[in-house]
Write a protein of this length. Structure first.
Ligand SMILES: Cc1cc2nc3c(=O)[nH]c(=O)nc-3n(C[C@H](O)[C@H](O)[C@H](O)COP(=O)(O)OP(=O)(O)OC[C@H]3O[C@@H](n4cnc5c(N)ncnc54)[C@H](O)[C@@H]3O)c2cc1C
Length: 259
């Protein structure tokens, strides 16, 4: 169920957190647990795709602060910590390489959270689709579903090593699609090949931008779904830093839904 998009309010002060621990969930995903005194300023929210704007500093010679957007995978109010799962995607970029190497005690400043989706309690079934960057939001959403929920999860990954054991109701069919070539059409083709269940479907689809554009066609142009029943957006774009990806949202290439 798509909710009115609520962005993190930058008017609120940044929340200053500290790395408590980091855990490799797979060669491709690392969980960073954050806490510290700043946690008291973190105002949790109900959306299962809630996200924060993380602040990083570019390397010398001209250091500047840049923002990277990440899902809050889970919040532990007793321990006063929150988890963020980072895709480890090589040496390029700031957030991925930072998470791959970070040690306890490192500081991290965040704004947020914002959020846009909670599973529709009235849906007849659920469809989740995305790549590894959407796994934190998909996993949090699956954990929020009623035990009786039914549906399908399609997650595109580059190798078997990326496959995780997700907690989901028994009626949810979790399918990992291993595609080392990252074919942009792959998720859309998997959706086309689905045995479409009757009744109102609630869709959450996020990931690489070009792959999301192709999904838009499959979901809206071919399946005739309504905007209100689909949460669809790009989380990143191949060959673009997040700065470029965000800037391109104002250009035709950056728009999932053509103007
Ligand atoms: C609302 C929202 C929630 C998100 N949640 C998460 C999350 O929970 N976990 C997560 O890992 N990502 C998440 N992302 C995506 C994340 O913001 C981007 O992947 C971001 O570009 C990573 O920053 P970076 O500094 O590592 O790389 P950048 O400096 O932004 O990019 C450097 C290079 O790496 C490539 N790249 C970036 N991301 C990936 C990737 N996932 N796989 C392969 N290549 C990549 C870029 O195309 C570019 O060529 C989310 C994005 C949004 C908008």
């Amino acid at each position: 169920m798509t909710l009115p998009a609520r962005s993190p309010r930058k008017s609120r002060p940044a929340i200053e957190l500290v790395v408590v621990s980091s855990t490799r969930l797979s060669p491709h995903l690392v969980r960073v647990t954050l806490g510290g005194d700043g946690f008291a300023q973190f105002e949790d929210r109900p959306e299962t795709d809630k996200y924060a704007k993380l602040q990083f500093t570019t390397p010398e010679p001209e250091p500047r602060t840049v923002t990277r957007t990440y899902t809050i995978r889970s919040v532990d109010h007793e321990a006063k910590t929150l988890d963020i799962d980072f895709v480890v995607h090589g040496d390029e970029g700031l957030a991925g390489p930072w998470a791959a190497r970070v040690a306890p005690g490192a500081p991290l400043s965040i704004f947020g959270p914002g959020g846009g989706y909670v599973p529709d309690p009235d849906a007849a079934w659920y469809l989740f689709a995305g790549d590894l960057s959407a796994v934190p939001a998909i996993a949090a959403s699956l954990e929020a579903l009623p035990e009786s929920a039914t549906g399908v999860v399609l997650i595109e990954v580059e190798s078997d090593a990326a496959i995780l054991d997700l907690v989901a109701p028994a009626g949810i069919d979790v399918r990992w699609i291993v595609d080392p070539a990252h074919t942009p059409e792959r998720l859309a083709d998997e959706v086309r090949a689905l045995e479409w269940k009757p009744g109102h479907v609630d869709v959450f689809a996020h990931g690489e931008r070009e792959s999301m554009k192709l999904l838009r066609r499959a979901l809206f142009d071919e399946r005739g779904l309504e905007r209100s029943q689909v949460s669809l957006s790009g989380y990143w774009a191949r060959g673009r830093t997040e700065d470029r990806f965000q800037a391109e949202k104002r250009e035709p290439i950056g728009q999932i839904f053509p103007a």
